[in-house]
Write a protein of this length. Structure first.
Length: 310
């Protein structure tokens, strides 16, 4: 970055530059990008794993929850109460099929954590699935009785379609259904919008699913980094941007920065703004990304981080 006459760079120019770098890295050009950024005292973190791209996330001090499926950090509150989203559907008929059946769901205005779902007691399927909107398997688990509990919480994005589905591993099983339907079946945080019958959408009936258990709750969390870079001279200013992050309600994202390897911090800095560093001078950069928000409506989600320092 070039600074003329000692003045601060334009914030819009910095944001556009870093977002362009992020887009390039997302398009599998990360190696070349990293070499370029290192020479210019910048860093891009695409969070391809909970530990970051190059073990850059300090998982010991990070309190936010990382999701393997969509590779994001959430301010998820694992202690929040659970909610049963039952369909209220009575299944009055049965038939033998071999492909997946179930119900399509649509989440509401906030992300939810799916814990388990239940099938009708007369359905003989042995495996339960969470499918994405394209009917691709996100995860699966065997039924214990009529309940399918996933090995880890599955985060469902807001305003997004998914499927809860069952089968018997390709073998025939008894699917329970009814043609007495009136979609959507609206719950508190999600709706059941149509049926999945033999792996095809079917608005004229409902299949197999009795309900699910979710958790909706958020609390203040942080994503803390390890040492990101060492500059050849003291770092006095910083610009941080995030691409594909999202917030809801009064949820927000800001950050703290340290340039003395975590000994002292400049706190509460805004994204997409050129900020001065007021803590102890230094050359070793660390960040804390604050995912702020609590309750059932105030969420903050982090995906990509772009940093420019000078």
């Amino acid at each position: 970055m070039v600074i003329k006459n000692g003045s601060l760079p334009d914030a819009n120019d910095v944001q556009k530059t870093i977002q362009a770098f992020l887009e390039e890295s997302i398009q599998n050009k990360k190696n070349d990008l990293s070499n370029y950024l290192t020479r210019n005292y910048s860093y891009v973190e695409t969070l391809n794993a909970s530990t970051g791209d190059n073990t850059t996330i300090d998982t010991g001090n990070t309190t936010a929850t990382f999701t393997i499926t969509d590779k994001k950090y959430y301010n998820y509150d694992s202690t929040a109460s659970t909610t049963a989203e039952n369909t209220g559907i009575t299944y009055d008929s049965g038939g033998t099929i071999s492909l997946k059946s179930g119900l399509k769901i649509l989440t509401g205005t906030k992300p939810v954590a799916l814990i388990s779902f239940t099938k009708d007691g007369s359905t003989t399927a042995t495996t339960g699935y969470l499918l994405d909107s394209g009917k691709n398997v996100v995860t699966s688990a065997a039924f214990s009785g009529n309940t399918c509990t996933f090995s880890s919480v599955q985060f469902l994005d807001a305003n997004t379609y998914y499927y809860l589905a069952v089968d018997d591993g390709g073998s025939n099983y008894t699917s329970r259904y009814t043609t007495s339907v009136s979609y959507p079946y609206a719950g508190t945080y999600l709706s059941y919008t149509t049926s999945l019958t033999n792996n095809a959408d079917n608005a004229s009936q409902a299949n197999d699913i009795a309900g699910c258990v979710i958790r909706v709750g958020f609390t203040n969390k942080i994503v803390q980094t390890n040492l990101l870079l060492t500059a050849p001279a003291n770092i006095t200013s910083i610009f941080v941007t995030c691409l594909n992050n999202s917030t809801g309600g009064s949820g927000s994202i800001n950050y703290d920065v340290s340039v003395d390897n975590g000994s002292t911090w400049t706190t509460g800095l805004s994204l997409n703004t050129c900020n001065s560093i007021t803590s102890t001078a230094g050359t070793q950069l660390k960040l804390k990304i604050n995912l702020n928000g609590s309750g059932t409506a105030n969420f903050a989600i982090l995906k990509y981080i772009g940093i420019e320092v000078w």
